[in-house]
Design a protein. Structure first.
Length: 231
């Protein structure tokens, strides 16, 4: 059974959502504020974190930063009622993997959660156990690691998925919308902005090997390429 940390200060929404998620088969640990959420995260192991943004004591963004500094791979989904569009992007930039806007339908939330957790079961999008050589680097999707002779990078869940998607299409131009739909399940402006952040991070990682490049293809998408010889 997958274990989820759910931090929500609205008692009515918290009760209803917790009950529905447990009915769907998840083990839910519900906390009412960010401080309690952080305390329990340090003591227990979770498969996913579901965080409200507006929380007492420690807000959702700060909590996500703490969680991400402690665990690079656990998926984080924000629940936000905020109308400020930049808040969605800010949440994704600090390490969250997705967001759901309140009010939400519980079936949508369950679907989003399953998108992240299915890699631990059998599915057509399950990350392969194989490793891939990218120049001097070795990429192991299941471990979410990119290993260079001089440095080991621990990838977030989304970073690993994006790099996997590009790796399986090495030397091909990949459309932005194809990445978004395959990984997030939708072509969303804000997720597109977040994708740019992930690409930028991955580009810096692979740049330790000058043979490996992630190029922006203007108006289309991206291309991961490996040159056999240096110019």
């Amino acid at each position: 059974m997958f274990k989820i940390l759910y931090v929500e200060d609205d008692p009515n929404l918290g009760f209803v959502t917790k009950d529905a998620l447990e009915e769907a088969g998840f083990d839910i640990v519900h906390k009412e504020d960010g401080k309690k959420g952080w305390e329990v995260f340090q003591k227990e192991s979770f498969d996913l974190c579901l965080l409200d943004v507006m929380l007492p004591h420690v807000d959702g963004f700060t909590l996500a930063e703490k969680i991400r500094a402690h665990n690079i791979s656990v998926p984080i989904i924000f629940l936000t009622a905020r109308g400020n569009q930049e808040d969605r992007i800010s949440g994704l930039k600090i390490g969250a993997d997705d967001y759901v806007i309140k009010p939400f339908h519980i079936d949508e939330l369950i679907l989003r959660i399953k998108v992240f957790l299915k890699r631990k079961g059998i599915s057509e999008w399950q990350m392969p156990t194989d490793s891939f050589r990218l120049g001097e680097c070795v990429f192991t999707p299941l471990d979410q690691k990119l290993v260079h002779p001089d440095k080991v990078f621990h990838l977030t869940h989304r970073e690993a998925e994006v790099l996997q998607f590009l790796t399986l299409r090495l030397n091909q131009i990949v459309k932005r919308e194809d990445i978004l739909i395959a990984i997030w399940g939708r072509d969303d402006y804000f997720l597109g902005r977040s994708l740019d952040v992930f690409i930028s991070r991955l580009r810096k990682m692979v740049s330790l090997d000058p043979q490996v490049k992630i190029e922006n293809v203007h108006g289309i998408g991206f291309k991961l390429s490996i040159s056999s010889t240096l110019a």
